[in-house]
Design a protein around this ligand. Structure first.
Ligand code: NDP
Length: 288
């Protein structure tokens, strides 16, 4: 089984970003990403650190806008409006979920769709649904497509099974896969025979958030397995939704966790920032 390393895909995207940066006027400042965080959740802090590091490595600017966990809905909206309208901010990433007192749907509706790098606004969701590439798809969903394309894995005509139907991963990914002409099955907790749906897949994407739930018995011979899951196992160790060791004999290729899709997600975020700033064309994937 071949391991598909996220770092290789990220390096290709980095080269594209840096080429676009140097080609679009050296005097211009690199575009700036605003990371909006409420509270100090360890997952948020770790994602923020990773994103800041990635932006810096790619030669882009990033700033954290952090607010206390108990900030009121009104106060947060006022602060968010200022970030949203700041002309120096080219793109925004809001770390979700927001605390309960803040109406997340209002923030999704408020965010400028042209700065909405992770595709949370209804405008961008509709564009993903319509197959309109002028919007922003959620970075993780797009990262899955980037991993496949960077490794020259054909998608058109393939049977793709996605385990998970969340708004950030499963659903948008199903749309992106359809746009690539795959035949898509989407599974969830009410799926009657998950094993059958998974083992018939030529490309299996795990996005359930359940530590190592998919073992070799879920994987068809020669399948490509893409693991989106980021979980802690019983020992607190970081792991994916796929039991990588158990699928070794069945899968042709698989992404590891850590070191797989997560690494590509922040690279896609960088690419989206460049697009938001008008410094990279729409929907340029690493294969081009
Ligand atoms: P959610 O909890 O929002 O969604 C999980 C989905 O998986 C749901 O649709 C759920 O079904 C389904 N599911 C859960 N358990 C099972 C099961 N036993 N059998 C079948 N389906 C199941 O999670 P997210 O989509 O936000 O994230 C999924 C995973 O991806 C997490 O591990 C998360 O940490 C990771 N992630 C990784 C990112 C990256 O950059 N690599 C970015 C974002 C997320 P139902 O709808 O019926 O409840």
């Amino acid at each position: 089984m071949q391991i598909l390393k996220g770092a290789d895909v990220s390096a290709k995207i980095k080269a594209q970003v840096q080429q676009a940066l140097s080609g679009s006027g050296r005097e211009a400042q690199p575009p700036k990403l605003a990371i909006v965080r409420v509270g100090e959740k360890p997952d948020d802090l770790s994602y923020e650190r990773g994103a800041m590091k990635k932006m810096e490595a790619f030669g882009l600017r990033a700033q954290s806008y952090a607010y206390p966990a108990d900030i009121s809905d009104d106060d947060f909206k006022a602060a968010f409006r200022a970030v949203n309208e700041d002309p120096d901010v080219a793109g925004i990433l809001v770390l979700l979920p927001l605390p309960k007192q803040i109406r997340q749907a209002d923030i999704a509706a408020m965010i400028d769709p042209a700065k909405d790098l992770d595709g949370i606004s209804p405008v961008n969701m509709a564009k993903v649904f319509a197959g309109d590439e002028s919007g922003f798809a959620p970075c993780t969903a797009e990262a899955v497509i980037e991993v496949l394309k960077a490794n020259e894995i054909p998608i058109a005509g393939k049977r793709v099974t996605i385990v998970g139907r969340s708004l950030v991963v499963g659903k948008p990914l199903a749309m992106l896969m359809l746009k690539e002409n795959a035949t898509v099955t989407v599974c969830h907790t009410k799926t009657a025979d998950l094993k059958a749906a998974c083992s018939q897949a030529e490309i299996l994407v795990a996005a359930a958030g359940r530590a190592r739930m998919l073992d070799g018995s879920y994987v068809g011979d020669g399948a490509i397995v893409i693991d989106v899951g980021i979980n802690a196992d019983a020992d607190g160790k970081l792991c994916g939704d796929v039991d990588l060791e158990s699928v070794q004999e069945k899968a042709a290729m698989a992404t590891p966790v850590p070191g797989g899709v997560g690494t590509v997600t922040t690279a896609v975020l960088a690419k989206h920032l460049m697009r938001a700033a008008g410094r990279m064309p729409i929907a340029k994937s690493v294969e081009e």
